[in-house]
Every structure is written in C-alpha cells, then in structure tokens.
Design a protein. Structure first.
Length: 98
C-alpha cells in the first residue's frame, strides 16, 4: 500500500503492473523507509559491521537562496504586526501574476 500511496494509484492498478515492476517499487519503498527523515542517511552508512563507517559523512553548511528569501520574510513578519494565523510564504517566479 505504501507504493500505491507514493504513486497515488489504486491497488488494482498497481496489481496490473508487471511483477518485476511491482517488486522494484516495493523494494524501493522499503529502502526509502530506512532513510532518516532528519539527515537523509541510513543506519548502515554509519555501522562498520554492515559495511559503513563511523565517520561516513561530514557536516557542512549549505544555503538555499530560495529558503533564505523565504526565511527573511518570515522574520520580518514575526517582527511586525502583520503576522496572523494561517499565513504561509511561497516563492513565486518574478513576472508571474498572482
């Protein structure tokens, strides 16, 4: 059912897929389930007994320009009297009407 949810299709449609495609989709969903939602790594990446290494990754600071613009506006709203419940911030390409 996780595959059906991910692909937004009825179970009957999934069952119509070739068996090899079903197997691949299920295996991929199982693989994704083992990925940490917080950092994107897998437990075996860090476990030498499972082929990983204690220092498999190093942390680095990354900046997304879009997130920076959105967060700047969020901070401005928090400091102003314009902040109301239900507001959210989205990025809209320049030149695109609302």
């Amino acid at each position: 059912m996780a595959v059906c949810r991910a692909f937004r299709l009825p179970h009957s449609a999934f069952l119509a897929w070739p068996t090899v495609d079903q197997d691949k989709a299920v295996a991929y969903e199982r693989w994704l389930a083992g990925v940490c939602a917080g950092c994107g790594t897998r437990a075996e990446d860090w476990d030498p007994d499972r082929g990983g290494h204690r220092y498999a990754y190093t942390a680095e600071v990354m900046t997304c320009a879009g997130c920076a613009v959105r967060d700047d506006l969020r901070h401005q709203l928090a400091e102003s009297e314009d902040e109301r419940g239900g507001q959210y911030i989205r990025l809209v390409p320049k030149g695109v009407g609302r």
